[in-house]
Design a protein around this ligand. Structure first.
Ligand SMILES: Nc1ncnc2c1ncn2[C@@H]1O[C@H](COP(=O)(O)OP(=O)(O)O)[C@@H](O)[C@H]1O
Ligand SMILES: [Mg+2]
Length: 78
């Protein structure tokens, strides 16, 4: 399991599941470069491994995104 955490602006509870949607961008990001595809691509990659990715956040305090990946054995078999 891998987690990324920041001490940024945070994400409201309502918006948290939506950051993984394609082309989803926050109002704060209107004047910043971006496509809203970052977390959408990440979720597709994690799903292709049969796993999940999720976010937890406290608005005004920061956010944490975590995901799991399977560990392969030495012979490459799961
Ligand atoms: N660490 C974060 N802290 C606060 N908001 C975030 C964070 N990561 C993503 N978001 C919100 O989710 C939206 C989608 O993120 P992302 O897929 O990386 O696209 P982009 O960075 O191009 O806007 C962002 O526009 C922002 O509103
Ligand atoms: Mg981004």
């Amino acid at each position: 399991m891998i987690c990324f955490a920041d001490q940024g602006a945070g994400i409201t509870q309502e918006q948290q599941p939506r950051i993984f949607d394609r082309f989803r961008r926050g109002n704060r990001e209107q004047n910043r470069k971006g496509t809203g595809m970052g977390w959408a691509i990440a979720r597709e990659i994690i799903r292709a491994h049969g796993q999940q990715i999720w976010v937890s956040s406290k608005p005004g305090r920061g956010s944490e995104v975590c995901f799991r990946l399977p560990v392969a054995c030495q012979d490459g078999q799961p």
